[in-house]
Design a protein around this ligand. Structure first.
Ligand code: RNT
Ligand code: ZN
Length: 410
């Protein structure tokens, strides 16, 4: 990096070295499910619950060995601290019914994480299951179905606690359910009351908050559940605040013109911590690979200027089956890192002062000025420091990996 670049930022009161150190410590939870189109290892067949992958690009991982092999390749090209985000459906032999899963099914993952000094986060898998009757789980009027998923979630909490304990890194257990209705409901309250009771039962299982947190993930709608989502944002926001758990924001789970970044400051004033699934919706919750666009930048900016980086679980959530999956994982994760870097290279104090002194012209001018500063040189330096290849180079390596490994998977 040129000395001039360091000086340019210094003139704005920004210490580039400090920024690079801080950025390297921010943990990004890399989701395993981009590498196999959310298939998991249970041979369950098609996805359900209103989520979908499209595309049939060759080379998807078919088992633990292949998935972790791909993950290792991806991790090499993602700078900064990382965790791995798992779903219950990525349980490893001996595969058991989801209501019976325990840490046993995740020993290989624990070993994988220990070797690489990675933390693990976890998600109950409440989709792609014959026990999802009429698209309902924790809100089902069928007590057999509801108690099945309550049990699954309790097992997931225990697994997460063990992850946190054994890996010495706090783990997140995030609950998302697809429950909803295609048509305008006759009863909106009933399903929500049942969901509330289910969550109460799950939280009643004792877990040690020194090792883990629990979050609930809201959603505005899904395919087949267009008219009503039981786990709406209002429902979970209130539930989480009242029960001292976290409300996870998936950036694809809101109305298309709703600004998810704008929610961060409000929530921080009422919650000690936040949780995210960072995604890119295109017209709907399409889970496209993260681009370095304004929406992503806005989220990163808020996290930085609200001083919330150590209060946030930042997880990624996208899945594209139409391109090289390893590359997809790397591109999205690097964009998350880039957005955070750009946010850290912004003189927020100066901007806040301009706002508070009603100098709105300066706010606008400075915000635009910042955009053309040489942040890419800082990024290159960051990659170098982290022992990560630069843009063109990592992509060449992944292409090679595709030729030598992925294309042979038939
Ligand atoms: C679905 C939610 C959920 C899933 C993953 C696989 O809309 O975003 O988080 O995408 O858990
Ligand atoms: Zn999500």
């Amino acid at each position: 990096m040129r000395k001039e670049v360091v000086q340019i930022y210094k003139n704005y009161g920004i210490d580039v070295d400090q920024v690079l150190k801080k950025l390297a410590e921010v943990k990004i939870s890399i989701h395993c499910w981009q590498l196999d189109d959310v298939a998991g290892f249970e041979n369950i067949g098609t996805l359900s619950g209103g989520i979908q992958t499209t595309g049939d690009y060759p080379g998807k991982a078919r088992n633990f060995q292949e998935l972790t092999e791909d993950l290792d390749v991806a991790l090499k090209y993602i700078p900064g601290a990382k965790k791995i985000n798992l779903h219950a459906s990525y349980q490893v032999d001996p595969i058991v019914d989801r209501s019976d899963i325990s840490i046993k099914q995740f020993e290989p993952w624990l070993e994988y994480a220990k070797k690489r000094k990675l933390g693990l986060d976890f998600n109950p898998t409440i989709f792609a299951s014959p026990m999802l009757k009429d698209g309902l789980s924790l809100s089902s009027p069928d007590e057999r179905i509801r108690s099945y998923w309550i049990k699954h979630c309790i097992q997931c909490v225990k697994i997460t606690e063990e992850f946190g304990k054994q890996l010495h890194q706090k783990a997140l257990c995030n609950i998302w359910i697809p429950d909803g209705l295609k048509e305008v409901p006759a009863d909106r309250m009933g399903p929500r009351a049942r969901l509330k009771d289910s969550l109460d039962q799950i939280l009643a299982c004792s877990y040690d908050p020194t090792f883990m947190d629990i979050s609930v993930e809201s959603k505005v709608f899904g395919i087949g559940v267009e008219s009503y989502t039981v786990g709406s944002n209002e429902f979970y926001l209130n539930y989480a605040a009242k029960n001292n758990i976290l409300c996870l924001l998936d950036t694809g789970h809101f109305h298309p013109t709703e600004n998810v970044a704008d929610k961060i400051s409000s929530m921080l004033l009422f919650y000690p911590k936040l949780a995210f699934h960072v995604s890119r919706p295109v017209r709907w919750d399409s889970d496209h690979v993260l681009k370095l666009n304004d929406d992503l930048q806005d989220v990163a900016d808020e996290l930085v200027k609200c001083n919330a980086l150590d209060k946030a679980y930042i997880g990624l959530d996208y899945f594209d089956a139409s391109i090289n999956r390893v590359a997809a994982l790397v591109i999205g994760a690097r964009n998350m890192e880039k957005a955070l870097l750009k946010a850290m290279l912004t003189p927020w104090e100066e901007l806040k002062h301009a706002q508070d002194t009603m100098n709105h012209t300066k706010v606008l001018a400075l915000q635009e000025e910042i955009k053309t500063l040489p942040w890419t040189e800082v990024w290159e330096e960051y990659c170098k420091k982290e022992g990560c290849l630069q843009e063109k180079e990592w992509f060449e390596q992944v292409c090679l990996y595709e030729k030598e490994v992925l294309q042979r998977r038939k």
